[in-house]
Design a binder for this molecule. Structure first.
Ligand SMILES: [Zn+2]
Length: 222
């Protein structure tokens, strides 16, 4: 968010918040929807590597068999993979845009255009977030995949946040109510300080437990 977002606080003060995207967390189908990589069904299938080839590509001989420039996704030696950089990814996006222009003007066929997309592991889109300077995404550095389902979607955090939201719903309806409700909790190591839900563990009277990995759950006064 390079152009910022204007927000008004309860106090009436107005601020512009700037932010940089540091984590792009989703499973591969969702990532594919957002940034138009080929994804796990593609021949070149990893949005973070330049040369990772699907080990069992359906429609052709796997490319790691055809060329030394590709590495099978089953390879355990990570040094064999070439990490994509933002600059290279931008170049890929620019070349795909040029190929699309060639397709539109009839200089290449649809099959040739689709081959260009397969070779690069990315699809063309006119709404290209990769080259959007307002987002300024360093995609190869911020994409996170593997732990999405473990911790987030149907994972541990999903369950924990669900329990937390259920408890918050019971106790409060507005942001101010939540703030007041929070102050009824206390626990070490932040005894007598305003509770920070993201750093503390606690157990409420109704036995709902909110915990983090940093400390075990503990009973609190409420
Ligand atoms: Zn990879």
């Amino acid at each position: 968010m390079r152009s910022g977002v204007s927000v008004e606080l309860h106090s009436g003060e107005r601020y512009i918040i700037f932010a940089r995207v540091k984590i792009f967390l989703a499973d591969i189908p969702a990532i594919k929807e957002c940034i138009y990589c080929k994804g796990h069904a593609g021949i070149i299938c990893c949005p973070m590597c330049l040369n990772a080839a699907h080990h069992a590509a359906k429609e052709s001989i796997p490319w790691h068999v055809l060329t030394d420039q590709c590495v099978s996704t089953t390879t355990l030696d990570l040094t064999k993979f070439t990490k994509l950089t933002r600059e290279v990814l931008h170049e890929i996006a620019r070349r795909l845009s040029a190929s699309y222009a060639d397709l539109q003007s009839g200089r290449i066929t649809k099959d040739e255009f689709e081959l260009q997309q397969k070779i690069r592991g990315w699809n063309y889109t006119p709404a290209n977030v990769i080259l959007n300077v307002r987002f300024d995404l360093d995609l190869p550095m911020i994409i996170m995949v593997d732990w999405a389902h473990v911790y987030v979607h149907d994972g541990l955090a999903d369950v924990e946040f669900g329990l937390g939201m259920h408890t918050l719903q019971k106790h409060s309806k507005k942001a101010l109510d939540i703030q007041n409700w929070e102050t009824t909790f206390s626990c070490s190591p932040c005894q007598n300080q305003r509770l920070k839900l993201h750093t503390c563990s606690m157990k409420t009277k109704n036995t709902t437990t909110i915990r983090t990995r940093s400390s075990p759950p503990m009973a609190v006064s409420s």
